[in-house]
Design a protein around this ligand. Structure first.
Ligand code: NAI
Ligand code: OAA
Length: 266
C-alpha cells in the first residue's frame, strides 16, 4: 500500500479523495490539507477511513503528494514534498512551469514531479514526437465565458465578457504569457509546453465562447515524425466551471500507472 496525501479539496481534490476512500487498489489516503480546515474536516467526516486534516507542510509525510490547489498555493505544497524526496502529482501545471527551479530541487532530493495529462489529450504523442524535430505546437482553448471570468489578463486589459454575444479571441501568445495571464485556465497549455517544445515556442489561443457548453481544447502538432491534431470536449465540473470533470479521472489513471503491472500508453 502506498500512502497518498492531497493538497486542495476542490473540484479535483475532493473527487480524488472520495475515489481513494471508495478504494483504489494499492493506495491509501492518509492526509488532506485545504485553506479552510473546518470545511475540510466536514468534507471527509463521512469517509469510511477519514484522512487526517493537516497543514500543507505535513502532506509530505505521505509517499505520494497530490497538489490540487490554486496556482498561488502550489509552491507551499510542492516544496516540502520535493524536499522530502516524495512523488508529487502536480495539477497546477501552469504554476510549475513558472517555477522550473523546483525540478532541479527534485533532482537533488530524488523526488519525482509528475504532471497528469489532466483535461487534455495526446501528451503521449507530443512527448514521443519531441524526441525528434518538432516544428510547431499550437493549442486552441474555447471555454464558456464563466470559465474565464476573473483572469488577471482580462482584468489588466479591461476585457469584459459580460453579455458576450459571439465567440471572442481573448488571448494569443506563448504558453508562458498564457500561464501568467490565466493562472487558473492554462494548465493544459503548460503541460503541453513541458511535454513538447517548451513554453516560449508553444502557441496558445484562448476563446471565450457563449455558445460553448464544454471546455474544448484542440492541439495541432507539426513534427518530422508525424503531423497530428486532437480535440477534447470536456464537461465542466459542477463545482468549478474552469475545471473539467476529466481532470480527477486523469489523476486517478496517473496514480494507478505508478504501480500497475500492465500499463498502456507512455
Ligand atoms: N492539469 C489540468 O488539466 C487541470 C488543472 N487544474 C488546476 O488544478 C488546481 C486545482 O483545481 P480545482 O480543484 O478545480 O480548484 P478549486 O478552486 O475547485 O479547489 C481548490 C482547493 O484548494 C484549496 N486551497 C486554496 N488555497 C489553499 C492553500 N493555500 N493551501 C491548500 N489548499 C488551498 C481550496 O480551499 C479548494 O479546496 C488549480 O490550480 C487548477 O487551475 C484545473 C483543471 C485542469
Ligand atoms: O479545461 C479544463 O478542465 C481546465 C483547463 O483548461 C486548464 O486548467 O488548463
Amino acid at each position: 500500500m502506498k500512502t497518498v496525501a492531497i493538497g486542495g479539496l476542490g473540484a479535483i481534490g475532493l473527487e480524488l479523495a472520495r475515489a481513494l476512500d471508495r478504494g483504489v487498489e494499492g493506495f491509501r489516503l492518509i492526509a488532506v490539507a485545504s485553506r479552510d480546515t473546518e470545511k475540510a474536516r466536514a468534507a471527509v467526516a463521512g469517509f469510511r477511513a477519514p484522512p487526517r486534516v493537516v497543514p500543507v507542510e505535513a502532506l509530505a509525510e505521505a509517499e505520494i503528494v497530490i497538489e490540487a490547489a490554486p496556482a498561488a498555493a502550489f509552491a507551499a505544497i510542492a516544496r516540502p514534498a520535493i524536499a522530502a524526496g516524495r512523488v508529487l502529482l502536480a495539477c497546477s501545471g501552469g504554476a510549475l512551469m513558472r517555477q522550473m527551479e523546483l525540478v532541479e530541487e527534485a533532482e537533488a532530493s530524488g523526488a519525482r514531479i509528475i504532471v497528469p495529462t489532466g483535461a487534455l489529450v495526446g501528451l503521449d504523442a507530443v512527448r514521443a514526437a519531441a524526441y525528434g524535430r518538432v516544428d510547431s505546437v499550437v493549442i486552441e482553448t474555447r471555454k464558456p465565458p464563466r470559465g474565464l471570468a476573473g483572469a488577471p489578463y482580462l482584468e489588466r486589459n479591461g476585457i469584459s465578457l459580460d453579455g458576450l454575444a459571439e465567440a471572442k479571441l481573448v488571448f494569443q501568445g506563448n504558453a508562458l504569457e498564457a500561464a501568467e495571464g490565466f493562472p487558473a485556465n492554462v494548465n493544459v497549455a503548460a503541460a503541453l509546453a513541458m511535454a513538447g517544445i517548451g513554453p516560449q515556442r508553444t502557441e496558445v489561443r484562448l476563446w471565450a465562447d457563449p455558445a460553448a457548453e464544454r471546455n474544448i481544447h484542440t492541439i495541432r502538432v507539426e513534427a518530422e515524425a508525424a503531423r497530428f491534431s486532437m480535440t477534447i470536449e470536456g464537461m465542466p465540473s459542477p463545482d468549478n466551471p474552469r475545471t473539467g470533470r476529466m481532470t480527477p479521472l486523469s489523476v486517478l489513471a496517473c496514480l494507478r500507472g505508478l504501480t500497475e503491472t500492465l500499463k498502456i500508453g507512455s
